[in-house]
Design a protein around this ligand. Sequence first.
Ligand code: URA
Length: 425
Amino acid sequence: MSFSAVELIIKKREHEVLTTDEINWLVDAYTKGVVADEQMSAMAMAILLNGMERREILDLTMAMIASGERLDFSGLSKPTADKHSTGGVGDKITLPLAPLVASYGVAVPQLSGRGLGHTGGTLDKLEAISGWQAGLSNTELYSQLAEVGAVVCAAGSGLAPADKKLYALRDVTGTVEAIPLIASSIMSKKIAEGTSALVLDVKVGSGAFMKTLDRAGELAKTLVQIGQDAGVKTSALLTDMSTPLGLKIGNALEVEESIEVLTGGGPADVIEITVELAREMLAHSGINDVDPAENLQNGKAMDVFRKMISAQGGDLDAELPKAKEFHTIRATGSGFISRLDALSVGVASWRLGAGRERKEDAVQFGAGVELHAQLGDSIEEGDALMTLYTDTPEKFERAIELASSAVDFSQQAPPKREMILGRVS
Ligand code: URA
């Protein structure tokens, strides 16, 4: 069946609803180069302005899945569950979460990406571990899932290639923010990955993609609807990203903090998010009678983490990379920390070299920011607030300016930070 791209663009421009056949044709024709970039740009803008109905969003997602391969773990003897985060500053949750959930007998296939921009990517963090390899064949992925129970690896280019093409186009046409496009983009990759349950961590606040609870709630609802319509058990938590997660931001620094959490320590906020997401993933797999905090305390999750890292060539006994230079920022006043802005700290860490500006850049594994205090802590003038790390000290000046601007003090303690802001199921 064939359609006219121009007619479909005009239909969406006039607020009409596209049929399943029209959407299937559009995605297929765009992937094959029959629909041109300029036509797909116009369509993306019409979708951003006029939206899509629930059925259209599902059709778009399924058409993008059909553009590539779909993994199948139904032959495994265990249930599968995965998590997707919309990204945040210091968000290293995948690292303790995947082995934690696997330690209860649920397989976690976590196909991840590299970071671009201030939020950093899971693969960049794990590549800070000596020898660790992100690339696995589908056969290796399957056998690691069967034997170890948890895999974090690079998503191959075979999953939802239509999304890859469309995402690059959205990036240069001001159409990234459209909720139907974001939701279908995220879910096409996650559904193609073959998990039977999915928990979404939709971050809210300055360091997140979604700055307000309203927008984050709308995205969460759309993501959950797609998952459920496609037969994947899906729920979402809305979690705070107005201030960084944990005390360590940067690749090796975040591996270090994840190991602290996996060995029964680490900051309370990282533990809380890890445990709550694990609870959701386990519940989708029919496991409701455990407290996931236990396997962080008793070393069982760490045992799985060791196996998961060494199965991919990583050596956890090797020292993690350290930056060559550091600079400590001290408090210029006394009182409670009443604001510690995630975006400013995230951009400072990125500028120090923890993230990349262009896709082809390398990251510095040791670069980043270590906070010595969190939101709500009481501080005296002159106390160390945070330490910045980099191999390229010429980056300090701008990063110090940014990181210093992240912090405000007050004489009264600010309200306690709520980590979980909502749940959608
Ligand atoms: N992440 C994705 O994978 N796609 C989007 O559109 C936005 C964030």
